[in-house]
Design a protein around this ligand. Structure first.
Ligand code: PLP
Length: 568
């Protein structure tokens, strides 16, 4: 990390020059420092303590200010409520990536995220009168929990304003801690605007989720714990970034206490306000913000957090949602714990960085910032994790429409695990199948597509196609085309192992044309398929005997409502 202070050189030179011209202008100097520096209170203290007057040298001034953040962090009151969380090695990931990967387990805080640190530190500094009136916060969830928990501990009233899009788990958690919840708008800015109005009307003290020196200092206590627990030098710390409070606290502290440790921020591509702000060298307001990683879904980073990050952090990496899902899976494999998407950003960025730089033998830390995962989201995460790891390829392949061509296609794929297979007869010449295949890497996926094309199949790789992944995969089909005759739809279960689908199709033997096929690998020990067969009425008996002889559990449901309404 380049050693940048909290005031840049030009600012220092300007301040020093003013001081030279007017050595008694302490008030003006303080105002100048307030405008430019980390923290108005720190600037005031620096001037009042006479440090600036006595030794108006660049180095001393810089030291006074960085020292102030450091001091605030060391004196913050987070341990009344927060835990000193463990720093654990992720042994599987370390082996896979060839680096020592250490996980800072902020998911183990009482509210399952680090946000408690900053919120409590801020609230522990409220005046008696403020405590008597209570507090208000706008929050996408985790900050709200931090404020609610702190308010309960301190015995004060808390009102939390949240966007309607906040996961229910977070809303319930805040309510269960005794706070009042107000749900407003769809985005954080809408909730924030409402909270600001309410604060003015009600006299409740606003607790900002990130843009407050005491909140930043509270989050910075994580860095102090890191240095205590590291057991050796650290090379890089990967920090999830939303409004920037977490990274400002950590990077601000490390800048002072261990400047050789690099801090890298991580954001989703679709919520990359800090990345864009650093690139533009001014705070940028995003037009749209993706809410998959809801903990970091902010439209604009803080003023203070931007200033500190700008001066202490060189790199912000961006990752896709699929990479975040893959990181959730990696963390699960090492810890048996599920992170929320924002909580897994650090690992997603770390993996991206290791891949980009080819780093080996380094000691890397990822902050696991939170675990307030909405259970319903797990399905999406599990599905996308394989794509994020490039362990699944999604392909559209054109095959001839005739009995046996399915089987021939599966023969070409060989013993690769087929994760998904969707097909609906739509004409008598060609069939378009939607197929998922387990692969080793992106290169392996490319090799598979080449192999299929070489075998004469028109093949389109849809692995990066959001519409295909989110929607089309579930919509292949539609009502029975006019061509389909005498269709019987049956559900099957068969053992899940490499080549299982091929064996299944072998057993079906191409005797009856398959007019519909949906197969989804469940990652468990059996697979499920829905198949439609064209069976003329005079062959029904033969077909039933054939099904019995298959040896797979099978149910034929021509009257099933779902089949009748959408496929039949
Ligand atoms: C789980 C999680 N990770 C990361 C962040 C980002 O923190 P900050 O807004 O301080 O950048 C948040 C913010 O709420 C969060 O809840």
């Amino acid at each position: 990390m380049t050693a940048k202070g909290l005031l840049d050189d030009a600012a220092f030179a300007e301040v020093r020059e003013r001081l030279r011209r007017n050595p008694r202008g302490a008030a003006r100097l303080r105002d100048e420092l307030c405008r430019r520096s980390l923290d108005p209170a720190a600037a005031t203290a620096a001037v009042e303590r006479g440090l600036v007057h006595r030794t108006p040298s660049l180095l001393t001034l810089r030291a006074v200010l960085t020292d102030e953040l450091h001091r605030r962090i060391l004196s913050s009151r987070v341990y009344d409520v927060a835990r000193h969380t463990p720093l654990e090695e992720a042994s599987l990931l370390s082996r896979r990536l060839g680096n020592t990967i250490l996980l800072k387990r902020e998911d183990l805080q009482p509210v399952f995220s680090f946000k408690l640190r900053g919120a409590y530190n801020r609230m522990a500094h409220l005046s008696e009168a403020e405590c008597a009136r209570g507090v208000i916060a706008a929050s996408a969830g985790n900050h709200g929990q931090g404020v609610a928990y702190s308010a309960r501990t301190l015995g004060i009233r808390a009102v939390i304003v949240m966007p309607n899009t906040t996961p229910q788990i977070k809303v319930d958690a805040v309510r269960s801690m005794g706070a009042e919840v107000v749900l407003v708008g769809d985005t954080y800015p809408e909730a924030k605007a409402h909270s600001d109005q309410l604060a003015v009307r009600s006299g409740l003290a606003p607790i900002h989720p990130f843009d407050d020196p005491l909140v930043i200092a509270g989050q910075g206590t994580i860095a102090d714990e890191l240095l205590r627990d590291a057991g050796g030098p650290l090379d890089v710390v990967f920090v999830p970034v939303g409004g920037g409070g977490l990274i400002a606290g950590i990077a601000g502290y490390l800048e002072h206490a261990a400047p050789s440790v690099e801090v890298i921020g991580v954001e989703p591509f679709e919520a990359d306000a800090m990345y864009r702000s650093l690139a533009a060298n001014r705070r940028v307001t995003l037009d749209t913000v993706g809410i998959f990683a809801d903990g970091v879904a902010v439209q604009e980073v803080g003023e203070l957090t931007f200033e500190i990050t700008r001066r202490t952090v060189d790199t912000i990496l961006r990752v896709t949602n699929d990479e975040i899902c893959a990181a959730i899976k990696d963390i699960f494999e090492d810890t048996r714990t599920i992170m929320e998407p924002a909580g897994a950003l650090g690992i997603a960025g770390l993996k991206r960085w290791v891949e980009d730089t080819g780093a080996r033998g380094r000691r890397l830390v990822a902050i696991l910032s939170g675990a307030n995962m909405n259970f319903e989201r797990l399905r999406f995460v599990a599905e996308r994790a394989e794509l994020g790891e490039a362990r699944e390829a999604i392909l559209a392949v054109t095959i001839p429409e005739r009995p046996g061509s399915f089987r021939a296609f599966c023969g070409t794929i060989g013993r690769r695990v087929v994760t998904e297979f969707n097909y609906r007869l739509s004409g008598r010449e060609e069939a378009h199948i939607f197929v998922g295949v387990r692969v080793e890497s992106r290169e392996d996926a490319d090799a598979l597509a080449r192999q299929l094309r070489h075998a004469g199949y028109k093949t389109v790789d849809l692995s990066a196609n959001e519409m295909a992944k989110l929607h089309v995969r579930y919509m292949v089909g539609g009502p029975t085309p006019a061509e389909v005759e005498h269709e019987i739809a049956c559900r099957f279960e068969f053992p899940e192992r490499p080549g299982a689908l091929l064996r299944f199709l072998d057993t079906l033997g191409g005797r009856w044309n398959i007019s519909l096929f949906h197969y989804r690998n469940h990652g468990a020990d059996f697979g499920r398929a829905l198949a439609g067969f064209e069976v003329p009425p005079e062959q029904r008996g033969k077909f039933q005997r054939f099904l019995q002889s298959l040896g797979y559990p099978c149910v034929c449901e021509p009257e099933n409502d779902a089949y009748r309404l959408f496929l039949g």
